[in-house]
Design a protein around this ligand. Structure first.
Ligand SMILES: NC(=O)c1ccc[n+]([C@@H]2O[C@H](COP(=O)([O-])OP(=O)(O)OC[C@H]3O[C@@H](n4cnc5c(N)ncnc54)[C@H](O)[C@@H]3O)[C@@H](O)[C@H]2O)c1
Length: 448
């Protein structure tokens, strides 16, 4: 499934029309290639706060070359692949000018697909002028995300006091092309649960020795999640409906994984999954609730079965399965639970009251469990925007075109973009990343 408009704009006639008619011109995004360095270039680090001193060392650990601002004038011709600004020292609205002072001169010196990260203090944890200034960072980063262009991304990471050493896995994700289609997001580290990251022995294979359950793994986004978690070292147990058994088996055989065919809404599905994981794998480290369906109709025409099936697959099944795995102690220490929500669950969508309710419910599910989990187990969700899969191929042409272009990157995302975000949550280095909902939507204009 390709983006025909994007291919057209790369052709000579397409380029001419884009230029003369002012049409959107989607840029080919950099994406991570297995075994490649995380960042193909140098990252400039600036700002003065709780993290400034440790940042160069953390980046070095990830094999990322960095240099400190202000830059020496002799390097004026050099260009940069990333910028990280420690804004935790900003304590009042007048201090905010430090953002302009750092970013403005550097914005003209960036390579294509640059990645920018601002680090802040959670506003709710401070008071007075500092709270005001830290909240202001959100407007700054979201606007810069819409301005930057050329496949660039901009994020804000709020780091709780005491969680400074837990930012490494998040920087590895946000500074690398693994986050190609993630922009304008606000991530919280150490906000709930532990403020410490579990140790990561090998940053190329952080999931080595871990077991990951992925529902809906036979195709689309679920298949990519399975492949990326396998690339990161996990043994994947794929689940899908019996009708998808042969596709599921062929994907799982390719990645040396295991499989289980069942309908996740079946009454005994949670017990069967728990039994399988305990007996064959001795537990599970990563649980990804990816299986999902749409049954679109305006509410005025919504039949009961359309409503029921969507809520059952997308929301009730993840709740029941998670509860069973937790009650039976099947999820290992520092494990990770990941929900797959949707932009529709944030912004709402015509014809999708059932789907949007189920996906907003997934966000509620994250909120409800984030404070409750113990043993370093985390829960987070992704909220994909327009991702090019069999599900979105069924969307009528005009709606699909609008869906694909209405974002800062003027294109749809790929299943791998969702998968990489989930792999970041799943890393043992992300035990302080809890209770987040990150949109994988190219910074869609809807529901910001
Ligand atoms: N494609 C997008 O643009 C997009 C956007 C936002 C959210 N999402 C979400 O991402 C997830 C994956 O979407 P996709 O586009 O890959 O969809 P898809 O239809 O291509 O794949 C979904 C998979 O889930 C499986 N499944 C469905 N019902 C099941 C059940 N009862 N038991 C077990 N397996 C079941 C299907 O057989 C299929 O393999 C879904 O939760 C979807 O809502 C997708």
């Amino acid at each position: 499934m390709s983006d025909k408009y994007q291919s057209f704009t790369a052709s000579p006639i397409g380029k001419l029309l884009v230029k003369n008619l002012g049409l959107p011109s989607p840029m080919k995004l950099d994406r991570y290639v297995e075994g490649a360095p995380l960042v193909d270039g140098t990252v400039v680090v600036g700002g003065r706060g709780r993290l400034a001193e440790s940042l160069p060392g953390l980046l070095d650990l990830l094999g990322i070359a960095s240099t400190q601002a202000p830059l020496p004038t002799e390097g004026e011709g050099a260009t940069y692949k990333g910028l990280v600004f420690d804004a935790t020292g900003i304590a009042s609205s007048t201090d905010l000018v430090a953002l302009r002072d750092f970013f403005t001169p550097l914005l003209r010196r960036l390579d294509r697909c640059p990645r920018l990260v601002v680090l802040g203090t959670p506003p709710e944890s401070v008071e007075g002028g500092e709270r005001v200034a830290q909240r202001a960072l959100e407007g700054f980063t979201r606007s810069l995300g819409k301005e930057i262009g050329r496949g660039g991304t901009v994020q804000l990471v709020y780091v709780a006091d005491g969680a400074e050493a837990a930012v490494t896995s998040t920087l590895a994700f946000l500074l690398s092309p693994k986050s190609a289609y993630v922009s304008g997001q606000v991530v919280r580290i150490g906000a709930t649960g532990t403020k410490k990251a579990a140790p990561v022995k090998d940053w190329q294979r952080p999931l080595a020795g871990k077991v990951a359950l992925v529902t809906g793994a036979s195709r689309g986004i679920g298949e990519q999640i399975a492949r990326v978690l396998h690339r990161d070292g996990a043994t994947v147990v794929g689940v899908d409906v019996p009708q998808a058994a042969s596709e599921l088996q062929s994907v799982m055989k390719e990645i040396e994984g295991d499989w289980l065919t069942l309908d996740i809404t079946a009454h005994d599905a949670p017990q069967r999954i728990a039994h399988h994981l305990k007996e064959k794998h001795g537990g599970v480290d990563v649980v990804v609730h990816n299986a999902g369906i749409t049954r679109d109709k305006k509410l005025a025409n919504m039949k009961e079965d359309l409503w029921d099936s969507v809520i059952a697959v997308n929301l009730t099944a993840p709740e029941r399965i998670t509860r069973e795995l937790l009650d039976q102690g099947v999820i290992n220490k520092s494990g990770s639970i990941v929900g797959v929500a949707s932009i529709a669950g944030i912004a709402g969508n015509v014809g999708q009251t059932n789907y949007a309710a189920s996906k907003a419910g997934v966000i509620g599910f994250v909120d409800s469990l984030a404070d409750e989990l113990e043993n370093g187990i985390t829960i987070n969700a992704v909220a994909p925007g327009f991702i090019i899969t069999a599900m979105t191929a069924a969307v009528p042409f005009a709606t699909r075109e609008v869906g694909q272009r209405l974002n800062a990157m003027s294109q749809g995302g790929l299943p791998v973009d969702v998968a990489e975000t989930i792999a970041w949550y799943a890393s043992p280095g992300s035990t302080a990343v809890n209770g987040n909902v990150v949109r994988v939507c190219g910074q869609m204009m809807l529901g910001a």
